[in-house]
Design a protein around this ligand. Sequence first.
Ligand code: 6PG
Length: 495
Amino acid sequence: MLGLGSMGAGMCLLLAEHGYQLFGFDPNQGSVKKLLHDSKAAGLSVEVQSSYEQLCKQVKDGHGPGLFILSTPHGPAVDKLLKEMRPHLDRGDIIVDCGNEHWESTERRQQELSKDGIHLIGCGVSGGYQSARSGPSFSPGGEAEVLDKLMPFFKGIAAKDRQGRPCVRPVGPGSSGHYVKMVHNGIEQGMLSVLSEGWFILVHGLGLSYPAVADVFASWNRDGPLHDCFLIGIAADGLQARNPEGGGFEVDVVRDKVVQDVEDSEGTGNWACEEAMALHMPAATIVTAHMFRYASAYASDRKENREAASGVAALKPGRLRVQSRDDFVALLQRATYFSFLCCFVQGMDLLRAKDRDRGWGLDYTDIMQLWRGGCIIQADGVVDLLDDMYKRHERHRTDDVLADSEVAKELSSQYSAAKQVVLEAVRADLYVPAVSQSLEYYKYMTSTALPTQFMEAQLDYFGEHMFDTWDEPPGEPRTGSHHYEWKAARGKVDE
Ligand code: 6PG
């Protein structure tokens, strides 16, 4: 295991518990000491090495090719590590990169290493440090034969779903495993935003105490379409945590700034948005959630400007004017489900667009299985719905999730609840960026006549942009073959 931070160390202990002979490596002595301490306390055997040479020698000593698992920050750190390790690697060695790596870097490294017969698997690992210790969800991608060889290993240590099935599948070739993890994280950020908006509505809009909000989340997590949802489960738990010093609630200590290091603007959330742009996919909830996160850091870092703007705007989130709190909580539950479903629809359409582009040939019921346990976006009600949908489609794929009749029915039946929540929240100046964007997304994605008709006309007026007409079959990519001299034609038609 190369990289003994919280994820790497957790996986070390997990592997040792499963009887693997394990050697750890990390230049950070603090991490090494902590792992040795934790493994001793757990009665598990983990050895550490202090050079790549020793590590590679010991891993392979008499055992044939070695398996090297990376759990390190992405980007140049991995290139440096591979460069230094390379002289000690041999044909047949397998490297599994368990970091959140950009798919292009993974493909570049796969190509470079394959020249020497070294295999690189790009593997998403989800569930945070606690799942790393108890069994995460894995999304490994790379050469099929290598994935087959590794499957028993992954299956043994992966999280298990409610039926005891492991949350791992060979995802597909190349960088598809890391890409799937990036999509997972895009969906994750959408869900996190939706949930934070709901939390704020419950607390500030309805005036519920934290324990009461925790009860609401716990009941959502128990029954109804949001059952067995990891993020809702931890929401119910976390809201009960007390601050050891002040005696209040720990969540009140937390500033509203969601940290995203600008230097490290290459996180998975960013990549998911960049990919949506690159592939022209309208992942509105996912992108908006990311913008909300940016806004929180931007505003927080400019505290004085924020206060000045706030003074002028004089907008204070107020109480909702609703007749029954319980009825509104029920509406919010449905709006949350609606918005979560939109996050998944957008993520899956993005993934499918990439899959088509790269020719990966993914099986989407397999992807659903990855997300049934151990991962952050586990939401069994949503995943069951999509899984059933994929099973109905040829080769378990569809290019357009919204077009599926069952998904369409489900979203349509929740639309009015989401609309009411947005209307009331807007009236009370509460924040609903991701929920309202889900509503808009659904509305425009199911429309057959959008205001963009006028946008296209304007573009043609000033830029000779060219346009399609209603009586032509829709073309892809853009066919726009008509231009009109709008100005010259002004007033020519009496009406
Ligand atoms: C997981 C998480 C995990 C984490 C990311 C996102 O599946 O366990 O997605 O990978 O949430 O590190 O963090 P940033 O968005 O801050 O990059």
